[in-house]
Write a protein that binds this ligand. Structure first.
Ligand code: GAL
Length: 457
């Protein structure tokens, strides 16, 4: 399984700890901010004044005094538009710190499906990269439990940065008290993307689909009346089915019941969990024949080409549309909140951390400082398909789609964390659920999946 490793060390990190902590962050909303007045970034916090955003309180003089060590960054942003977004981040960093040599070391695989196997051994063995991509929240806790992440509450998180971040995101960056991560984006998971002309030709208006069951009817119509793939979806790795189950469940039952499940009370909602599994099994009859051998972005290319109608995916998929030629928001593609989930901003957040035994302490601090600036978040997010966790990032270059997402975010009733992307449950529960959904992708066995979910919690 992607999240398992044969190594004892990695096993130690994934399997231990914390059922006690599971779900405790689940009630935290991320829309709030410690400084809702916002700002225009004109305080220079975007680093545009040529400073590195450091006040020198780390003993450095705040200049670009790189000691020449390589900055090794491990991440999984190689798919869709993600590589371009990551490159834009690096370009901004290198403008600020031209002397730092960046060693880019990707571990490709959607939703980090390949990164743990690379990172865990290295961090536990005291041979970490300079920094790595990780979801804040629960995903951090195996590392914080072992003291493997540096407290960057003074070195990186100055008052200006703390004040600018939304409170709930700040909370996710300090799961055990110390600030150990720098969040860089906020994605939305509960999106149903579609090819406009494909659904129009089938007589379907996605804004009329009023719940998860209604989506099944639309898929049936597409299957009966057209040659396109009704729902583009990948089953090579389990996370896409796990996240789809999460959204079916929220669409049918609402967020309160979802919070109950991620808090560990599964048996009280057995019928509801089974209902979402039943519906997922029905959806999976309408996915591509090669779903088991494609990645999410390969599947998304079918939607762009007009060979598929719908895609359930995080808005990183919109980042891919942004890079596609002659494929415009509104005219060619659009999105509705996953049926039954309007008012929900199911959030997915990425961050970078400072592992202990750091091979390049100074350069890592510079990179994390930069990742927390207006400039970094203004370059990265519009391409990535996400909105910024800072409140003072100018939104005028974010385009119509992300402007609408941002409005939805601001008007949302709730921004729950996600299982499939690490914020909602401890990694040992997450990895067990990945196994459950890997099996489900093959068997569509609702009984076995329900038992697996019950056991996982
Ligand atoms: C998520 C991650 C996103 C995006 C997605 C697809 O877990 O937070 O930034 O990369 O996986 O791989």
């Amino acid at each position: 399984m992607p999240r398992d490793s044969s190594s004892d060390d990695a096993d130690r990190l994934t399997r231990r700890h914390y059922v006690a902590g599971a779900g405790t962050l689940a009630t935290v909303g991320i829309a709030g901010c410690s400084d809702d007045s916002g700002g225009d970034g004109s305080d220079g916090s975007d680093g545009s004044d040529g400073s590195d955003g450091s006040d020198g309180s780390d003993g450095s003089d705040g200049s670009d005094g790189s000691d020449g060590a390589e900055l090794e960054i491990v991440h999984w942003w190689t798919a869709g538009g993600e590589q371009d977004a990551y490159q834009a981040l690096l370009d901004g960093f290198q403008e600020e710190y031209p002397d730092v040599e960046v060693a880019d070391n990707p571990a490709p695989g959607g939703a980090g499906s390949a990164i743990d196997a690379v990172i865990q051994n290295r961090v536990v063995d005291g041979n970490p990269p300079s920094t790595f991509q990780i979801w804040p929240g629960q995903a951090l806790t195996p590392y914080t439990d072992e003291g493997l992440l540096e407290n960057i509450g003074d070195s990186v998180w100055d008052d200006e940065m703390r004040d600018a971040y939304r409170d709930g995101v700040l909370d996710l960056a300090q799961p055990a008290g110390d600030l150990v991560a720098v969040p860089i984006n906020i994605h939305r998971l509960n999106n149903l993307f579609y090819n406009v002309s494909v659904v129009e030709d089938a007589g379907i208006d996605p804004t009329d689909i009023d719940g998860p069951q209604g989506l099944l009817s639309a898929l049936e119509t597409l299957d009966a009346d057209t040659d396109v793939t009704p729902l583009v979806h990948q089953t090579q790795t389990p996370w896409s089915s796990l996240q789809l189950w999460e959204n079916i469940f929220i669409g049918e039952q609402g967020v309160d019941d979802y919070q109950t499940v991620i808090g560990g009370d599964v048996s009280g909602l057995e019928d509801e969990i089974r209902s979402a599994l039943d519906l997922l099994a029905s959806y999976l009859e309408y996915i591509p024949e090669d779903a088991g051998s494609i990645t999410w972005d390969q599947g998304n290319n079918d939607l762009i080409a007009g060979d598929a109608a719908f895609l359930h995916q995080g808005d990183w998929a919109a980042g891919q549309y942004g890079g596609a030629e002659d494929f415009d928001f509104g005219d060619d593609w659009d999105m509705v909140p996953f049926p039954g989930t309007s008012g929900v901003y199911h959030s997915v957040i990425d961050s970078f951390v400072f592992p202990t035994n750091n091979p390049s302490p100074e350069e890592t601090e510079q990179f994390l400082n930069y990742a927390g600036t207006v400039d970094a978040q203004e370059r990265f997010n519009p391409i990535k398909g996400s909105i910024p966790p800072r409140t003072d990032v100018p939104m005028d270059e974010f385009g119509d789609f992300l402007t609408r997402q941002f409005e939805d975010f601001q008007n949302s009733d709730t921004q729950p964390p996600t299982i499939a992307h690490g914020t909602a449950v401890a990694p040992d529960i997450h990895s067990t659920l990945d196994e459950v959904f890997a099996n489900f992708n093959g068997s569509l066995d609702v009984d076995a999946a329900y038992e697996g979910i019950a056991d996982a919690f």
